[in-house]
Design a protein around this ligand. Structure first.
Ligand code: SF4
Length: 486
């Protein structure tokens, strides 16, 4: 346990996140604790110094082994400066205490590339951004390079898009063939009558959005889940045909359907996707080790994945993404190497390398006792290995994000061939334009000006979504009609 006693120091969340990155899995308390592994006491001291400096934050770290470290950081008028100063001072102290350096330094947010992208958009050079990140956030050279390269590729991919006049559409299909062990997403087994009622409600919502956004330019469509291809070919045809009939697609730059689980894909469904205009699909193996697929409850085989992939190529899909996860239970570097060899042989256009994030709701977490004998390898080295394969395959990083509870405090990175950047992934990650979500569990983000947006969430459960559709449509009408949401 870590005891955090911050007295009038307003950066508790940032301090806590930095501690979590150094000491994953520790719990926190806000009062003095006898058995705390570390006690951290911070307080402000006002000084008669010239503005903009107001004084200093004085901090003390005490370990249960009797070590004491004291440090100070400037307390400035400008809140962000004070916060960054404090994080740097704390980072140095924690590094001294543990001997550890973090790959992302003091950056704890989920969108590091957004910081780099903003600076590039302001006209800074890549070298200037790298120098600033190293100086101010202590990024490792590898993460610094990854972050700035990603932002450079993002910038190229979004060039020419006017975010004030465009928007993207997300359609959520919250059904899956079965629930994977590491998944915290509220997905529901397909095959129930629920999907018919759900699709009818979904179409009502899509129709309303088409009316409300008729004057706007539609840049990207993303059909995700869940697993959209857990719908039947007829249901997919009906849904996608409905979308095509309602929206003006003349300026559409991307139409992604997440096929996802190979066990949900068939020739018939791929033909439907092709005929209905999908030009980017995902086929996700996560790993090419069969024992892991069995263990994590993805009931498909490695062969099903390669067959689906080849079939999609044969049918003319020239932008295929494959998702992989590093740090899965019982996987070694040798397993990752074998997976990457198999992936390289297929030459996908886009590979997303995820680091396993053990979310609270995932069965791998909630039923921990059932999986007590699984072991976890060094996720950091596996990510490095997978990334080096991506480089070798001629792919470049084009979007990245971090999540809480991620193995090794790492990140998820999308790598792609030149010109195959998934536009929707960039738009959502960097919060650049309005994204309208339709379906259970989806989020709508209406941009209201630089970095400002209103957020609107649909209920997660498909049954409740059907029941409460009217209420959600009314809210959507207000939000997309220009009302500021409160
Ligand atoms: S396919 Fe994806 S959304 Fe569905 S259960 Fe597995 S991880 Fe979750």
């Amino acid at each position: 346990m870590i005891s955090l006693q911050l007295q009038d120091v307003p950066f508790e969340q940032d301090v806590r996140e930095l501690f979590m990155a150094f000491f994953p899995g520790q719990s926190f308390s806000h009062v003095p604790e006898q058995d705390a592994m570390i006690s951290c006491i911070m307080e402000p001291h006002a000084e008669a110094s010239a503005a903009p400096r107001l004084g200093s934050y004085r901090s003390e770290l005490r370990t249960n082994e009797g070590r004491v470290l004291r440090f100070e950081s400037a307390w400035m008028e400008e809140r962000i400066e004070s916060k960054n100063e404090l994080k740097r001072a704390l980072y140095r102290a924690l590094t001294e205490l543990t001997g550890k350096a973090l790959p992302w330094g003091t950056l704890t947010g989920i969108r590091p590339a957004k910081l780099a992208l903003t600076r590039l958009q302001e006209g800074k050079s890549a070298d200037e951004v790298r120098a600033e990140f190293k100086r101010d956030f202590f990024l490792s050279d590898a993460r610094n390079d990854l972050c700035v390269r990603t932002a450079e590729n993002e910038l190229r991919a979004i060039r020419g898009l006017d975010f004030s006049t465009g928007y993207s559409l997300y359609i959520g299909i919250p059904f899956c063939p079965t629930t994977c062990l590491y998944c915290s997403f509220p997905s529901y087994p397909i095959g129930s009558k629920k999907s018919t009622a759900y699709l009818a409600a979904l179409k009502e919502e899509i129709r309303l959005v088409a009316e409300l956004m008729a004057e706007k330019r539609l840049d990207a469509i993303y059909v995700g889940g869940g697993t959209p291809t857990s719908l039947s070919a007829a249901e997919l045809e009906d849904l996608l045909g409905f979308v095509r009939g309602l929206f003006n697609l003349s300026a559409l730059r991307e139409f992604t359907v997440e096929a996802g689980r190979p066990d949900s894909i068939s020739r018939e469904k791929l033909i439907v996707l092709k005929e209905q205009g999908a030009d980017r699909i995902s086929i996700n193996p996560q790993t090419l080790k069969q024992e892991t697929l069995d263990l994590i409850g993805r009931f498909h085989t490695v062969d099903q994945f390669t067959e689906s992939f080849r079939l999609a190529r044969e049918l003319g899909f020239d932008n295929i993404n494959t998702d992989l996860i590093m740090g899965l239970p019982n996987e070694s570097e040798a397993d990752v190497r074998r997976t990457m060899e198999g992936i390289r042989a297929l030459s996908p256009d886009d590979v997303t390398i995820h680091s396993l994030a053990l979310k609270r709701a995932a069965r791998l977490n909630t039923k921990r006792e059932d999986y007590a004998d699984v072991s976890y390898g060094d996720a950091n080295r596996m990510v490095e290995l997978a990334s080096s394969y991506c480089e070798e395959m001629g792919l470049s990083p084009y979007y990245l994000y971090r999540q809480k509870n991620m193995a090794g405090n790492l990140e998820n990175v999308g790598w792609c061939k030149k010109g195959k950047e998934g536009l929707y992934n960039i738009l959502i990650m960097e919060e650049l334009e309005t994204i309208v979500g339709c379906g259970a569990g989806t989020t709508t983000r209406v941009m209201r000006g630089a970095g400002q947006y209103d957020r609107l969430e649909n209920v997660k459960d498909p049954g409740l979504y059907v029941e409460r559709l009217k209420e959600m449509l009314a809210k959507k009408e207000r939000a997309l009609g220009g009302d500021v949401l409160r």
